[in-house]
Write a protein of this length. Structure first.
Lengths: 109, 114
């Protein structure tokens, strides 16, 4: 089983739609969780951290379910500019960050 | 202030040879991570250097090696290149002064092995 698993997609959604991605992780001792965004042929960039109580940043909402070992990212009112690959990232021991393979989102007119 | 810079941008090498990739961190940052991003596999952790020492290593064979220089720049060497080493190699600095998961990535070096 992979340490961090994501549905690769692509998720094709119309502009204005709400879309949600899930990510599961295998190590119950994982400490911190993040979502990164990677545009085509560009480097990944931090989108947001995921806090235990859930957190929101504008149109983006992240949630963590430790019991089921998954995190989610919800994007409301999708924009064309949201088209990218979203990487789920889990931080474990030794300061090691483990990246999922990413979920591709395509927002269409 | 310059971000993380990597060179070369692209590199093409025949199998069996060696590739050397370079990374200059953000000024003042002492910690450097190396990741491999191969098609369909996502980012795979390769190496972590801090203060000139190797702190952690991913699940890669010994022909992947590196070092960090006194000025905190870093080099990744891949010996005896294989076709499956073709990938984007990313160098990153963690955010200073915190234990969060924010990494600042360079634009990467794309290695193609023929």
């Amino acid at each position: 089983r992979k340490e961090v698993e994501q549905d690769p997609g692509p998720f094709n959604v119309p502009e204005g739609a709400t879309v949600a991605f899930n990510c599961t992780y295998s190590n119950s001792a994982s400490q911190s969780f993040f979502w990164y965004r990677q545009d085509c042929r560009k480097e990944p960039k931090l989108l947001m951290s995921v806090y235990s109580s859930g957190n929101e940043d504008g149109r983006f909402t992240a949630q963590l379910n430790r019991a089921s070992q998954y995190i989610s990212l919800l994007i409301r009112d999708s924009k064309l500019s949201d088209s990218a690959t979203y990487l789920c990232v889990v931080k474990g021991g030794g300061n090691k960050l483990t990246f999922g393979t990413g979920t591709q989102l395509k927002v269409e007119l | 202030e310059a971000g993380v810079t990597q060179s070369p941008t692209h590199l093409i090498k025949p199998s069996g040879q060696q590739a050397t990739l370079r990374c200059s961190p953000i000024s003042g940052h002492t910690s450097v991570y190396w990741y491999q991003q191969a098609l369909g596999l996502g980012l795979q952790f390769l190496l972590w250097y801090d203060e000139g020492e190797e702190r952690n290593r991913g699940n890669f064979p010994p022909r992947f090696s590196g070092r960090q220089f006194p000025n905190y720049s870093s080099e990744l060497n891949v010996n005896a290149l294989e076709l499956e080493d073709s990938a984007l190699y990313l160098c990153a600095n963690p955010r200073q002064g915190s234990l969060t998961g924010e990494l600042f990535f360079g634009e990467g070096s794309r290695l193609t092995v023929l």
